[in-house]
Design a protein around this ligand. Sequence first.
Ligand code: 5GP
Ligand code: ZN
Length: 138
Amino acid sequence: MKDNNCIFCKIAAGEIPSKTVYEDEMFRVILDLGAASEGHALILPKEHYANLMELDEKTAAAVLPLAGKISKAMMKGLNCDGLNLVQNNGEEAGQTVMHFHLHMIPRYKGGAEVIEWKPGNPKAEEMEATAEKIKAAL
Ligand code: 5GP
Ligand code: ZN
């Protein structure tokens, strides 16, 4: 299903132009207009899924193999030194376009820090309680 009000549906369908690096029947992979590094790309499913929780299993099963294929092309073609995969779900997590997308961010030696967080130090009993909350919801 497509969402008529969704910009990534329109980009994935080719109705809005984008710098496309790969396309097949399920996905379009485009360069991010606000690239955090050279080659920053977005994997977009052609169907509309708002986020990871809504993604169907077939698309979910195909997305990581595609990310692997694009990763190898980035390492070879851009000569990057590594790359990060980032996938934001929900406004609080930084998602600004509510159509599932996987960021692929090439990293270069000496390049800017683009993914960072301050490590916490949870107590063992807190970790136990947290793990139980997730397990109980599975
Ligand atoms: P989010 O914050 O939702 O995880 O990521 C959305 C990303 O989409 C941002 O990195 C932003 O730069 C990119 N973006 C937003 N609109 C467009 C667009 O029209 N074309 C392209 N190529 N990228 C876009
Ligand atoms: Zn969409």
